[in-house]
Every structure is written in structure tokens, then in C-alpha cells.
Design a protein around this ligand. Structure first.
Ligand code: HEM
Length: 399
């Protein structure tokens, strides 16, 4: 999908030959500055049926930031904040600098910047909108393997920033944080990354920090049931969520010292796919379907019964499917001397009870990957549909 084989091709596409609009801020004539590469000039639309940053190809840089409304701030302040945030996001995504700019992204083009906004469960109580809170935001069940840090979980508001340039992403982060003003305070922030476009000879599915090709079997937008699985349809119980999606965000630590001790053959059995090219252990290429019923000469299933890709496959979960669109993270060395690194797992679905929850319930019973990972934080956010022109994100809820 977006994060997968087909979507990755999108990284190579984009409006060619644009000139850095930020350059104009520096007082330069755009004619005098050299044309940007496609990486810099690619622009993602802010307006549309869905918010950007869901089906957008993975970017090389990401920031996730959650805010809580400040004491005393309610619906009015929240509406004003979403209006400010939307205006800033629209400007930045078009490659324009906001007023009183920090200058951090001068010279760069939009670089596929996306800004995506979501509402957490607690937002609705704080703003007196409890009656319009979707049931989909009911707390996720707890899982036996959870080791969740409440301070890095949930939040009234959630912002996902992605860009193919680290400075463009940081610039957006600071601008949005400044916009929060006295209305909201940062609750937590996480920083992530993916491969840089152009690093591989051809566009490929990303790898995670365990070295696995990750994202192969994502739902793809060209599939007939994609919209139904990922986006909230019109005519639902909460009309303001039409065209929206629910994001489950988990900071998943990888126990890399243990993982890296495992011989590659064993690593491949943990997932059920080859490490080098992501092909199923039952043969073919990356995009060949898994043959879950195939036995080897030893009389054992070729894709073991606890392999991660078997247990999480939609066929094994009553069709439960989600769009995984993660970033890797690396925050140095933890107090115990092991790398504080892993996956900022973000998955998108029309209903978490038909996406993340049933799959995680099964994985939690102990798939082969479980001994090598630890879920350290969790968030669930309602991400409304994309804004029409002249509209701000969340306006259908807040006005
Ligand atoms: C597939 C890695 C956590 C759901 C895969 C694949 C890899 C992988 C390498 C096979 C390639 C692919 O189809 O993308 C990981 C790692 C995780 C992790 C390293 C944690 C650090 C999770 C979690 C869920 C999940 C928490 C959901 C609860 C899935 C699904 C598939 C998949 C639905 C596709 C299965 C299929 O249709 O074939 N994962 N995963 N994964 N994973 Fe994970």
C-alpha cells in the first residue's frame, strides 16, 4: 500500500522543477535560485476528501505530537486553535512560510510535508462535546504484553507531521507548537524516520530496524474494499467523521540486542518471510501471496503457526485489516544500556474493532515476534475527513 510496494513508487513522483518558495522569503528572485529536485518540490494537497498523511507515501522524517487543552480552554479555544493550525498547515504544505517565521526551512520546497490532526477521547469531555464522541474512541482493551507509559499515551489532540526533509519537518513542528499558544500544552512528542527517497536504486517497500521488509501486505488504494476498510463512510452515527479514519499509535520498542543474536533463518521464521526480499517462505517474490497451508519435507508448516505474518493476516482474523504507516525511532541508549529504538507503529482503519484490536488480541497471545518487542505507549485518535477549501480541519465537529 502506501507504505508498501505499490505506494513506494509514489516517492519518485511529483511536480518537477519547482523552485523553493521559501527562497522568496529570503528576498531572492526565484529565477536566481537553482531548481529543486523532485524531493524538495513535491507538494501534497492539504484540502480534499481525506486528510493528507494517511495514504501519502511514507516520508523520511516524522514527528508525532500530542497536546492537552490548557486548563480553562474549551470548545471555543479548541475551534480557534484548529483554525490557526489548519491555516498554518495549508501554508507550510504549499511551501510558504508563515508570519514571523523561524527561517528553519528557508531554501527548501514543501518536500512532501503533511500535517494530520486528530482528536483523543478526552477532547470531547473537555469541550462539552461528549454526545458527539464516536464509540470508536472507547478505550482499547488492555493487552497482557502492554507496558504502557500513561505520560506518553493518549492526549486531547494529536498531530502527525511527515516530510522528506528533516528541517522542513522540524520547522512545521515548531510553527504548530507556537500556534498552540495558551490554548494547549504539549503532552508528549515522538520523532521518527524512514528511508530517504533516492537511497535505493528503485522505489521499494521500507525496512524497519529489525531489517525486515515491512509494509508489503498493506491494503492498497486500488483495491475495491480499501475505502471501506480505512475510511469512515458518510451516513454514520457521527456525520462529522465522514471521510475520516481512526489512528492507533503505539510506541513499540524493539529488543534489538536479543533480535540480532538470532540467526537469519530463525528471524525469517518469526515473520514467515525472507529477510532479503520480503518474499513468503513458501516461495515467489515479495508480492506473492503467503501459502499458509503448505507443509515442508519435515512435515511442518513452512510458515510456522506462530509466524507474525500468519497470525496478523486478514484471512486469520475475520477480514480485520488496517493500513500500517509507521516511522522508525531511535532515541539513543536506554538506562538499561540497550538501544531505545523501535517502531512508531501507526495504523489506520475505519473502525479499530475491525482493525487493530482483533489482530493485536491474537498477536498478544504470543506470536513469534512478541519476545522481541515491547509496547510502551498507546494512543487512539479520531482523525476527521479532509477540509474543503475555506474550511478548517474539525470544523464540522466544532461549529
Ligand atoms: C505484517 C513487522 C507489529 C499487524 C508484518 C510484516 C513484518 C511485520 C515484517 C510482513 C510484511 C508485511 O506484510 O508488511 C512488524 C514489527 C512489529 C509489528 C517489526 C513491531 C515492532 C504489528 C502490530 C500489528 C501488526 C502491533 C497489529 C496489531 C500486521 C499485519 C500484517 C503485518 C496486519 C500483514 C499481514 C498480512 O496480511 O500478510 N509485520 N509488525 N504488526 N503486521 Fe506487523
Amino acid at each position: 500500500g502506501t507504505a508498501g510496494a505499490a505506494g513506494a513508487a509514489g516517492l519518485a513522483l511529483g511536480a518537477a522543477g519547482g523552485t523553493g518558495v521559501y527562497a522568496a522569503v529570503a528576498g531572492q528572485d526565484s529565477g536566481s535560485s537553482p531548481a529543486l529536485s523532485t524531493v524538495g518540490s513535491t507538494e501534497i494537497a492539504f484540502h480534499g476528501k481525506h486528510q493528507a498523511g494517511i495514504t501519502t507515501p511514507l516520508q523520511s522524517r516524522g514527528h508525532l505530537i500530542a497536546f492537552d487543552l490548557a486548563p480553562g480552554a474549551g470548545r471555543k479555544e479548541a475551534a480557534a486553535l484548529l483554525r490557526r493550525w489548519s491555516a498554518t498547515a495549508a501554508e507550510l504544505m504549499a511551501g510558504r512560510a508563515p508570519a514571523a517565521d523561524t527561517g528553519v526551512a528557508l531554501d527548501a520546497g514543501p518536500s512532501s510535508l503533511t500535517v494530520t490532526f486528530g482528536f483523543g477521547r478526552t477532547f470531547f469531555d473537555r469541550t462539552g462535546l461528549t454526545a458527539r464522541r464516536p464509540v470508536e474512541l472507547d478505550p482499547l482493551p488492555s493487552f497482557s504484553s502492554d507496558a504502557l507509559d500513561a505520560k506518553r499515551s493518549e492526549g486531547d489532540l494529536w498531530v502527525q507531521i511527515g516530510a522528506n526533509d528533516a528541517l522542513v519537518a522540524f520547522h512545521a513542528l515548531r510553527a504548530l507548537q507556537k500556534d498552540a499558544g495558551s490554548a494547549a500544552r504539549v503532552r508528549w512528542q515522538m520523532n521518527g524516520f524512514n528511508r530517504s527517497p533516492g537511497a535505493t536504486g528503485r522505489p521499494m517497500t521500507a525496512r524497519n530496524l529489525m531489517g525486515q521488509v515491512d509494509g508489503t501486505n498493506n491494503p492498497r488504494p486500488e483495491q475495491p474494499d480499501f475505502d471501506r476498510r480505512i475510511f469512515v463512510p458518510a451516513g454514520g452515527a457521527q456525520p462529522w467523521m465522514a471521510g475520516g479514519s481512526y489512528a492507533v499509535v503505539r510506541r513499540i520498542r524493539m529488543l534489538l540486542d536479543d533480535w540480532e543474536q538470532l540467526p537469519v533463518k530463525k528471524q525469517e521464521q518469526v515473520i514467515g518471510r525472507r529477510k532479503a526480499d520480503g518474499a513468503p517462505l513458501t516461495g515467489g517474490t515479495e508480492t506473492t501471496p503467503l501459502d499458509l497451508d503448505k507443509f515442508g519435507p519435515d512435515g511442518k508448516l513452512v510458515i510456522p503457526d506462530n509466524a507474525h505474518a500468519r497470525i496478523s493476516a486478514p484471512e486469520q482474523n475475520g477480514g480485520a485489516a488496517m493500513l500500517r504507516r509507521p516511522f522508525s525511532f531511535h532515541d539513543g541508549i536506554a538506562a538499561d544500556g540497550t538501544p531505545d529504538a523501535g517502531l512508531l507503529f501507526i495504523c489506520w482503519q475505519a473502525d479499530p474493532l475491525r482493525g487493530f484490536v482483533p489482530v493485536q488480541r491474537k498477536l498478544d497471545r504470543g506470536d513469534a515476534l512478541s519476545p522481541f518487542i515491547r509496547h510502551e505507549s498507546s494512543g487512539l485518535f479520531a482523525v476527521p475527513g479532509g477540509p474543503d477549501r475555506g474550511e478548517y480541519v474539525g470544523q464540522r465537529l466544532l461549529e
